[in-house]
Design a protein around this ligand. Sequence first.
Ligand SMILES: NC(=O)c1ccc[n+]([C@@H]2O[C@H](COP(=O)([O-])OP(=O)(O)OC[C@H]3O[C@@H](n4cnc5c(N)ncnc54)[C@H](O)[C@@H]3O)[C@@H](O)[C@H]2O)c1
Length: 254
Amino acid sequence: MGTYALTGAASGIGASLAALLREQGHEVINVDLRDADINADLASAAGRQAAIAGVRERAPGGLDGLIPLAGVGGGGPPGTLITAVNYFGTVEVVAGLRELVSRKQGAIVLLCSNSAPMSSPEDPLITSLLEGDEVAALKIAAEHDNGMHYMAGKRALAYWMRRNTMAYARDGIRMNAVAPGPVDTPMTRPLYDNPEMAEVMRHLIDNTPLGRAGQPREIARAINFLLGPESSYVCGSVLYVDGGYDAHVRSDHI
Ligand SMILES: NC(=O)c1ccc[n+]([C@@H]2O[C@H](COP(=O)([O-])OP(=O)(O)OC[C@H]3O[C@@H](n4cnc5c(N)ncnc54)[C@H](O)[C@@H]3O)[C@@H](O)[C@H]2O)c1
């Protein structure tokens, strides 16, 4: 059975994926702020290095899969925190564990979002994220906290994944992403208590062909597909798992 490293699996989609992988007999190593195999704060460079070192220690033979799910939602937390955790807390951990995944010719699945296309491709934050300069990116995030940092970070993550697909594949790693729509987790539940955000959520659901939010297990199953042999020729894809929202709202964008 395989060994899988997850970040952010103390809650929500990650917890559901960890349970699914364990049901399949796999070993799961979880990195999270607390109650994890490795407690680390992925908002900081030191926390990311601790996470990488902890996973290396626990999986010296390599990883069959790496799924960095740790994230904070939009609609509340400061843009700088969103940027530090969701973008740098993902790409630095992926880069730091790349060799371990390569050793077992494993798979990586990133967590994007179907909200990413709502950000402007011209957003200067995206450019700075892709340049990999965290100090500069956090400066921009602080100066222009326009409420779009969650979406912009997820757009940048999708770009980063696609730009790195070739290099990772040549290391034997299939890298893909899922782009969920609203999923019923502790990240989204508080949004319904905020009248402005509740309105946004209602609008999203009303425009979702399946007419409801997703359940964590529904996203976990899609990730599981991208990790496993049944997706052996899927590489560099962003799989929308959003009840059809993207198809409905952006029908001609492929
Ligand atoms: N829920 C949704 O509607 C939705 C939609 C699209 C994408 N996503 C993405 O899916 C992923 C999981 O989201 P979720 O809904 O399960 O959220 P969640 O809040 O239930 O879980 C997120 C986890 O990340 C951890 N985390 C947060 N900050 C951290 C930090 N600094 N260091 C280490 N761990 C940290 C939390 O402790 C938590 O366990 C996120 O990347 C999110 O952006 C979620």
